[in-house]
Design a protein around this ligand. Structure first.
Ligand code: G3P
Length: 225
């Protein structure tokens, strides 16, 4: 399962990247707004932090298909042709996806709340389809189940589109998607830290160190032997 950092904050992205094996960064206009900087400059800075093979996803703001296409082309000129352009699954968005995918633009269909929206986006050429898991949970739906339905349908479709589930609030939601074989998840930095954390892991390491030091010296390691 690919794992992306859902953030536009340089420090947070850096902190996660220093530890976890991640496949890129996803942003959205709200995440960029939190940074209170020029959004394109912020995206350029994030772009500069990525290694080969790591993806950057950034969203168009325009609401009409023709404008989305021009905006996407401008974003590719500034940020590189391998950027993933996030396009919402509105009727105008789907119209833009069809044209952009024909031009070879990488598309992430976003703001997905139903499996049917994901199917249409896949047919329109989106490489990734992004349902909002926790936002679905918050309106009484089952976000994980919606994401799993999307994954199952996409794997049976001839279009080469995959699930990139977004909007998580706990590790359980992510684990269930990993168990179901989800293609990718994008997760906020604070929750990404929780993916690895277990207090008993810390205790085990502390106990091993204390036992080792009991027969050597405080602060010693194998290097001193
Ligand atoms: O890009 C969409 C995703 O970031 C939404 O997450 O936590 O705002 O529901 P959240």
């Amino acid at each position: 399962m690919r794992i992306y950092i859902d953030s536009a904050n340089i420090k947070d992205i850096e902190k996660v990247m220093n530890i976890l094996p991640v496949d890129g960064v996803t942003t959205n206009p709200s995440l960029l707004a939190r940074e209170k900087t020029n959004p394109m400059e912020q995206l350029k800075a994030i772009r500069g932090m990525l290694c080969k093979g790591q993806e950057l996803h950034a969203q168009v703001i325009s609401s009409l298909a023709e404008d989305m296409i021009i905006e996407a082309q401008h974003m590719r000129e500034v940020l590189g042709e391998d950027i993933f352009i996030k396009v919402p699954v509105t009727p105008e968005g789907i119209k833009a996806m069809k044209k952009l995918s024909a031009l070879g633009v990488n598309i992430t269909a976003t703001a997905i709340y139903t499996p049917m929206q994901a199917v249409i986006a896949a047919k329109a050429g989106a490489k990734w389809t992004a349902p909002y898991v926790n936002r679905l949970d918050m309106i009484g739906a089952d976000g994980v189940q919606v994401a799993i339905s999307i994954h199952n349908m996409l794997t049976r479709m001839p279009a080469s589109s995959e699930l990139l589930a977004a909007s998580f609030k706990n590790v359980e939601q992510i684990l269930k998607l990993a168990e179901a074989g989800a293609g990718a998840v994008t997760v906020a930095p604070d929750l990404l830290e929780q993916l690895l954390y277990h207090p008993l892991t810390d205790k085990a390491v502390w106990d091993f160190t204390a036992d080792f030091e009991s027969i050597t010296a405080k602060g010693s390691t194998m290097r001193e032997l």
